[in-house]
Design a protein around this ligand. Sequence first.
Ligand code: 2BA
Length: 109
Amino acid sequence: MKLVLAIVQDDDVTDVIGVLTEEDYRVTKLATTGGFLKSGNTTLLIGVEEEMVDEVIDIIKVECQKRDKVISVTAPAGGTSSPYVPCSMEVEVGGATIFVVDVDKFLRI
Ligand code: 2BA
């Protein structure tokens, strides 16, 4: 058995969980926070047999979109009265970040 850990954007969660549960996959949703943007995202835990991993990844690929996010940062001003100036920076947040790990034991008791 494998555990698929998928970090997805909050905007895609309803759709991706909807399709996964329609297809009879069991999903656990965790509210998480990205270390770089420090904004909320969602981590999905999906336990599946090895042969189903690719199908799960395909569903996530279809339902999760890449988006550009603009973040505010401060940069050294270089010579003005304030040492730092606010500026914005654009980053592309991926459709999903996926880890697939082996499960040693799976129990539902
Ligand atoms: P965040 O850490 O908030 O990162 C959001 C996006 O910011 C990233 O999108 C990437 O485009 C950019 N980014 C992250 N670190 C950066 C850096 N040091 N310099 C420049 N840009 C940077 P994604 O790569 O699609 O990642 C989306 C979210 O997936 C991340 O949110 C994080 O929560 C998670 N993630 C990505 N890679 C991971 C990893 N290796 N381990 C654990 N979590 C990861």
